[in-house]
Write a protein that binds this ligand. Structure first.
Ligand code: ISL
Length: 551
């Protein structure tokens, strides 16, 4: 297996709107990130991934870009970005940007031109179709509820938008569109950016016959109609050859519909497409019969199987990304851990998991202090377009809205978007103005300042785990094997290569659990635990992690 910097890196994801506000408008900004670089560096991470900071009308918080070469003035503009990039490099870290290439904003100049007439030179930058009578061209639905088509009155045709109406899909069949995107990648790479996280890249190649959906199963719609289109790998290879391969940059493609079967096609190094992908096999694991807002308990054997299967499937030619949360999902401690009595222990356990699996670990801002889900009492307090649209749709279809609000509490993307909790002062030290999204009321106890003051905080544990991963390359490259795949409470695995062998146990339950198959303990040294005092035994306390090193 080839060794590279991005396999050895630990990545820290920033959602700039919610990170740190220096201008007092309640919205995080780039100077706010610069102010916190000491903090980020102190974690021991190597790479910062910035969610979109380009000019945008913010219909989907930056995932609707109106100018790919301009940094949003609200975030501080180009000068602030240049300073950030310089400083990040000065700290010996790298900076990865988000690239949203499946769609632009409807306020992008390409689209305002395209709308003007059927023969406008930009018309074919987007996907236009005639309606069927007074109905849209087909029954495709948007990820964010409702039809995926919007009629434009000027030309009486419909355009495709898999996300909001303000995010028209780009037409990748058009070579000019592809060249525009490659030029944008080149533009930022020339400025010294160290890589790209490519938003919904699995969706860029569309089925050209736009077949009508014959299922309402959301996963099936994505897999069979929207994702992994006929030319996806041709496009990614072309992108790689034309631009990516000219730079020492990393790429991670985000993708609904990327699965075990097609995953290697994106990341197998011989194919020269992308370095890594984000799949969602473990992230949709708790969706219930009525979908995302009807969550069910996470089944541990299934959860473990996702990691084992992907590890087996990708190696040795591909490389994985390990993440348990991001700006699109609820907080990892609330979802996969226990955000009540065992918040500290379970957040540490999840940190240990994140940092001891094979694949590049991605830490989402705030998870390093164990930030939790939030439960606003009314839908009016939610901002996320996906949540708000899903709410309206549920209401219209007569669902039990009290139950739905519960689902929102558990599943809304806003759970991960509440402002970063820096200290116990007003607005959690995020801003001195009322923030764009309310602060989680637990900020008085859950915050960075408190965590920095404590020797056994979640934050401290993250730092220790990151440095452990740096100390032992076995934790990066070593083989992975699940020793108890069927166990309902424990996740037990080995990481092993010529240099070292680790035996790692996590107790995903509120009970004390003993692992009967534990090998003879005299061969093992207990290297680390998330409990202050831990015995080198085969018994684990609630949410306990034990990391053993073979002697
Ligand atoms: O958020 C999701 C599940 O709740 C996903 O379906 C999500 O919409 C999908 O993973 C794509 O996400 C990415 O593209 C979206 C943007 O809203 C997300 O923030 C982004 O990460 C459209 O650009």
């Amino acid at each position: 297996m080839k060794r590279t910097w991005w396999k050895e890196s630990v990545i820290y994801q920033i959602y700039p709107r919610s990170f740190n506000d220096t201008t007092g408008n309640g919205i995080g900004d780039i100077p706010g990130i610069i102010q916190k670089l000491d903090y980020i560096k102190s974690l021991g991470v190597d790479v910062i991934w910035l969610c979109p900071v380009y000019e945008s009308p913010n219909d989907d918080n930056g995932y609707d870009i109106s100018d790919y070469r301009k940094i949003s003035a609200e975030f501080g503009g180009q000068d602030a970005f240049n300073e950030l990039l310089d400083k990040v490099h000065g700290y010996g870290m790298k900076l990865v940007m988000d690239l949203v290439a499946n769609h632009s904003s409807d306020e992008h100049f390409w689209f305002t031109e395209a709308k003007k007439s059927k023969d406008n030179p930009y018309r074919d930058y987007y996907i236009w179709k005639d309606g069927k009578g007074d109905q849209p061209p087909n029954n495709w639905v948007s990820f964010f509820s409702g039809s995926a088509w919007k009629k434009d009155d000027t030309t009486n045709q419909y355009f495709l938008h898999l996300f909001t109406k303000k995010q028209p899909d780009l037409n990748w069949e058009n070579p000019k569109v592809r060249q525009e995107i490659y030029d944008i990648i080149e533009f930022w790479s020339e400025k010294g950016v160290d890589g790209f996280r490519m938003d919904v890249i699995s969706l860029i190649s569309k089925l050209q016959d736009f077949p009508p959906l014959d299922t309402s199963d959301y996963g099936e719609i994505i897999r069979s109609y929207y994702a992994n289109g006929p030319r996806i790998h041709e496009y990614l290879h072309e992108m790689n050859q034309k631009v990516l391969s000219k730079y020492d940059i990393m790429t991670v493609g985000e993708g609904p519909g990327i699965d075990l079967e097609n995953g290697p096609l994106y990341v197998n190094e011989d194919r020269e497409e992308l370095n890594m992908v984000f799949h969602f096999d473990h992230m949709f694991i708790d969706n219930g019969p009525l979908g995302k807002y009807d969550p069910v308990a996470v089944n541990l054997p299934r959860f473990k199987k996702v990691f084992s299967d992907w590890d087996k499937r990708l190696h040795p030619k591909g490389w994985g990304s390990i993440f348990l949360g991001n700006h699109d999902f609820s907080r990892m401690v609330s979802r996969f851990g226990n955000d009540g009595e065992y918040r500290t222990q379970s957040a540490k356990l999840l940190a240990a998991l994140l940092l001891t699996l094979r694949g590049t670990p991605y830490i989402y801002q705030g998870d390093e202090i164990g930030m939790t889900n939030v439960a606003f009492s009314t839908i009016d307090d939610y901002n996320d377009v996906e949540t708000v649209n899903a709410w309206k749709e549920a209401e219209a279809s007569g669902r039990d809205m009290k139950k739905f609000l519960n689902g929102v509490h558990r599943q809304s993307r806003d759970n991960a978007r509440t402002p970063m909790q820096w200290d116990a002062s007003a607005y959690a030290g995020f801003s001195d103005h009322k923030p764009w999204l309310q602060i989680n009321p637990n900020y008085k106890s859950v915050n960075v300042a408190a965590a920095e003051d404590s020797v056994d905080s979640i934050l401290q544990f993250y730092k220790e785990m990151i440095s452990l991963r740096k100390e032992y390359s076995t934790l990066v490259y070593g083989d992975f094997k699940d020793l108890a795949p069927e166990h309902l409470q424990l996740f037990v695995y080995v990481r092993k290569d010529e240099a070292a062998e680790f035996l790692i146990l996590h107790n995903f339950s509120e009970e004390e659990v003993t692992w009967p198959d534990m090998p003879k303990l005299d061969q093992y040294k207990l290297l680390k635990s998330n409990y202050a005092s831990a015995e080198a035994s085969k018994t684990l306390q609630p949410w306990q992690t034990k990391i053993f090193l073979k002697q």
